[in-house]
Design a protein around this ligand. Sequence first.
Ligand code: NAP
Length: 250
Amino acid sequence: MNIGIVGTGHIGATLVKKLSAAGHSVKVANSRGPETIEADLLQDGAQPVTATEVFEDVDVVILSIPMKVLPEYRELAMGLNDSVVLIDTSNHYPMRDGKLLEDSKDIEAEWVQESLGRPIVKAFNAIGAPALAGDGRPDWATGLIAIPITGDREEDKATTISLINDIGFDAYDAGAITESWRIQPGNPAYCTDLTLDELPQALANANAERAPKLRDIFVEAAYERMTDAAETNPPADWGVQLSRILYAPK
Ligand SMILES: NC(=O)c1ccc[n+]([C@@H]2O[C@H](COP(=O)([O-])OP(=O)(O)OC[C@H]3O[C@@H](n4cnc5c(N)ncnc54)[C@H](OP(=O)(O)O)[C@@H]3O)[C@@H](O)[C@H]2O)c1
């Protein structure tokens, strides 16, 4: 498939490397221009381009950038052919992004769709960067990690699921965009690296009241840990273990 990716951060860079290694034709952009994209990302044939070029002649566009900058891509998103699959990996962390939603119970993906003027598939938002960069079977998971997705167009979700399978993960269709709050930060299926067998119960245990509060507690703990002068970055499983404890139902 011809895939365009905007974002070369923790998630975007991994998707560029894995999707091109899986044989897809990948174009990639960041905010600073094609010349700034590291050679490491291009080793399996990905092409560095401008953000505008990402949207040209592609079957799939993946936006892996901060949620607050997504509205900048409205015109390009609305100019895509209807058949193109638009995937968004973003999450809303008000402590980092500022407050984008009027109500903490508003659905993030609905805000994204309204901002972009086009249907999206919400995917890769509920897996942490270390797990996505790994082989899908980290020590802390009980089997192959399943990545949950949501979206309103069945064909778009089928394409997204096949891409997830191509890079070595299971995928789970968690329903329509109206259900996507269940895979937002603070819920049991968010960044807890669950298998296909484990995900349905975790999604059923989602709690829209508690999730924003638990998400913010997680961020406080992560900031404290990362700014502790005696420590380097936490180990790869740290966020998963904390999320499992914090986001579990009462
Ligand atoms: N980190 C995680 O574990 C994780 C997990 C799941 C989902 N997510 C979500 O996925 C998204 C990406 O996360 P990340 O951790 O990969 O972010 P990141 O490491 O902070 O990287 C952000 C990327 O977005 C690019 N960018 C920023 N503004 C841009 C703009 N206006 N136009 C084009 N590119 C722009 C940056 O390019 P420059 O470097 O050129 O500025 C950078 O490549 C976020 O929405 C995040 O919430 C993150």
